[in-house]
Design a protein around this ligand. Structure first.
Ligand code: ATP
Length: 261
């Protein structure tokens, strides 16, 4: 059920029950004269699905790259699970990365590895979280079960459909049991039915794992179904924030434009 409460109350309600697990304050990034982020702010609360919408080229990817340390902002503050991201050393950053899962548009699987091997890969890479896992089978099976694809365990990526690849990429993210998942256009390139399945899966995962998710999407249906709150990134700032109903009924043409099909 989508909240119809005014935004200020909606955010107060969420904030009174939950802590921000991720915070961005006054984030600025320019490339030469091209000012992309001009004081962007965001708070993601525990267990929340927060959607970021913005036109092509508005800076969504730059923002997410600042979050995972791939791009250095010009100024601003980023806090993830209480830690000041910009002050972490490499070891601390690697540790934090096991708590933050990414599902990028091109979440490519390793083509030369089976599905099982693709899922085992992050377990080996982030040994510090689980220690050396001698028998990876229970973890691999659990993650595949959660995306409904246990039967694909021995397949090669070339044998999977686009939707299946997306699910396996999600399973690979889930195997580390992250607290936060960053989704970049999770439904792009998928047909409407497969998109719906992925959206449903994202909701189930949130319920089951109590993850907090930051979801970048152009897909209005995806935003309607998964978002508890939406932030519109326009002109480098969080131009508008609110529930789906509130924003889609806004009188501001810049805001309404996002919700026209
Ligand atoms: N490394 C870079 N060097 C120079 N300019 C860059 C760089 N990365 C991004 N930009 C610029 O920053 C702006 C925002 O790009 P970004 O990729 O974040 O947009 P976006 O909102 O993710 O778009 P889309 O929805 O099309 O993926 C663009 O003008 C882009 O050209």
């Amino acid at each position: 059920m989508i909240s119809q409460t005014p935004y200020s109350q909606l955010k107060r309600d969420i904030a009174s029950k939950k802590h921000p697990i991720l915070k961005i304050e006054n984030l600025k990034k320019a490339f030469g004269d091209n000012v992309v982020l001009d004081g962007f702010n965001l708070e993601l609360f525990e267990g929340e699905n927060l959607v970021i919408m913005g036109k092509s080229g508005s800076g969504k990817s730059v923002m997410i790259k600042c979050l995972i340390g791939l791009t250095e902002p010009d100024s601003g503050y980023v806090e993830i699970m209480g830690k000041d991201l910009l002050s972490l050393n490499q070891t601390e950053l690697n540790e934090l990365r096991t708590e933050v899962g990414f599902l990028f548009q091109g979440s490519a699987l390793y083509d030369s590895m089976t599905v099982r091997e693709n899922l085992e890969f992050p377990l080996r890479r982030h040994k510090q979280k689980f220690g050396v896992v001698n028998d990876t089978t229970p973890l691999v099976e659990e993650a595949l079960n959660n995306v409904g694809l246990l039967s694909a365990i021995n397949l090669m990526p070339a044998e999977l459909s686009g939707g299946m690849k997306r699910r396996i990429a999600l399973a690979r993210t889930l195997i580390l049991k992250p607290k936060i998942i960053l989704y970049d256009e999770p439904t792009s390139g998928l047909d409407p039915i497969t998109s719906k399945e992925i959206i449903e899966l994202m909701r189930n995962i949130q319920r089951q794992y109590n993850t907090s998710s930051l979801i970048i999407t152009h897909d209005v249906d995806c935003a309607r179904v998964v978002a508890e709150r939406i932030i519109l990134l326009i002109d480098g700032i969080n131009y508008a924030e609110g529930s789906f109903n509130e924003l889609s009924n806004s009188k501001d043409e810049k805001i309404r434009a996002f919700f026209k099909n």
